[in-house]
Write a protein of this length. Sequence first.
Length: 211
Amino acid sequence: MKVMKKIMTAALVAMTAVAFFSCTMDAESNDGSHAGERLDKGYEEPPKQVTGGEDEMPLFTGCFIWSEGGPQAISLSFDDSNISACAPNGCGAWGGFGLGRINQEGTVFIASSDLSTLASVEFDVVAGVNATCAIQFGDKGSEQDLTVTTTPQHKVYNVSGLGQSNYIVMFQNINVFNSEAKKLQITNLVFKDATGKVITTFATGDVIPEK
């Protein structure tokens, strides 16, 4: 995460303007060029997938995207159980995105998510190229390698002590998926508590100020 901030800081200095982009199941990427400047990012809300009671919200309501080639260089779609990402025409030497709770206008986080009950994350993954990117759960989690191949694989990540976080999950090094044919595809994404029960929504709290 510290490395990401340093890279995005350098990119921000080089930028003279920030564009707004959407990030939904049917749209291209939104903005995200510096961890401390994420309030400038664009966003549109994806379809809600309520899997529990009437008051349950989707796990993710928005995303931020960053890349050397600008946020528009990365194509991203997602819902509560599927994520698809690539840079159709390349995005430079680095790129990534984070999912969390963001308002419809893409100007602010609307809440943080309480990840205290999160004990494991599971998903199936495949890509159009053998590559390694990085994945991170929560703001406090450690960045871990996500090695993918052209053959579908099932991944399990055990986590603990994440607490309240603005981001639920982040991905880095998405630049390795630098064409539509090399797309990263995650399906059957589930978050589980210590008993193995699937978490369908996280409790929310105040947005955590970025340092």
